[in-house]
Design a protein around this ligand. Structure first.
Ligand SMILES: [Fe+2]
Ligand SMILES: [Fe+2]
Length: 284
């Protein structure tokens, strides 16, 4: 399979529309104001009502009902509002392709769980930008979406072989000699011009053992560990025959202890339950 040729086909994939792209850019920039974000999001009223519905869901546990976007941005912060916008986009457009081997809703639940667990780990270890970890988790397996939409037979074959052999998804890709979902993710996220930490998480989460030290080491490690936890606890299904391989003692490098890990698992379980409740009616 020619990876270069696939790049051209990437244009046919659903991409965040202008407003969503602006939301990501604005909320990711350090100089943006909440007012700017409000002005952009307000241009799409359908989107605003979905955002408000999500903001008022039990996941965010707001003390009173929020009826205005400005209020939601003020209370939740603009990075959270950006994450909500991207979750809605991903849920509606990226996890809706057809597969004979995997229920796509399961891949969505897997991604949402990795996002939630990643954010919880970040929160627990005092990582300064915990919202970014939600985004990384949400999009970490975006390369599988590219495979599934552009090459459905390839996607199904990887899932089938992974399960048959009891291999990780990444190992199956390597054994079959096909482009990996990390490579597909790289092409797509480059085209979308997403923040570097998101593409690093999506393109390096299976290779933490040789990830040198960088400003984003924690981001990649947290996303990989969150994937491992989601797989071991069977939140959704990512089509793999075995849980992801993470670097030995990676959790210790992140400053985690068994007690904190227990706490993270507990907190995440609660949050994932609430989020799945919200997305159930939205996706049907
Ligand atoms: Fe993966
Ligand atoms: Fe994954």
């Amino acid at each position: 399979m020619d990876l270069k040729k696939s790049v051209q086909q990437i244009d046919s994939l659903p991409s965040p529309d202008f407003i969503l792209k602006k939301i990501v850019d604005t909320a990711s920039s350090t100089s943006a104001s909440a007012k700017e974000l409000n002005d952009i999001v307000s241009k799409d009223s359908g989107f605003v009502s979905k955002l408000l519905k999500l903001a008022n869901s039990s996941y965010y546990g707001l003390p009173k009902k929020v009826s205005k976007l400005t209020e939601a941005i003020m209370i939740l912060g603009f990075k959270t509002v950006r994450n909500m916008a991207l979750s809605i986009f991903a849920n509606e457009q990226l996890f809706s392709f057809k597969s004979e081997e995997l229920e796509l809703r399961e891949l969505w639940i897997h991604s949402l769980s990795v996002a939630t667990i990643g954010e919880t780990i970040a929160e627990r270890i005092g990582f300064s930008n915990k919202e970014e970890l939600f985004l990384c988790g949400l999009l970490h397996d975006i390369g599988k979406t590219v495979q599934g939409i552009l090459f459905p037979l390839l996607f199904d074959a990887i899932v089938k072989v992974s399960r048959m052999k009891g291999w990780t998804y990444y190992r199956t890709e390597k054994e079959l000699g096909v482009p990996t979902h990390e490579q597909f993710a790289e092409m797509l996220l480059e085209k979308w011009n997403f923040p570097e930490l998101v593409s690093l998480a999506a393109t390096r989460h299976h290779r933490t053992d040789d990830f040198g030290s960088s400003v984003y080491t924690d981001v990649v490690f947290i996303t990989s560990l969150a994937t491992y936890i989601a797989e071991r606890l069977k939140y959704g299904d990512n089509g793999a025959g075995a849980p992801i391989l993470v670097k030995h003692n990676l959790w210790k490098e992140l400053g985690l202890t068994p007690l904190i890990m227990k706490d993270i698992v507990h907190m995440s379980a609660e949050k994932i339950g609430r989020l799945s409740e919200f997305y159930n009616p939205l996706s049907s």
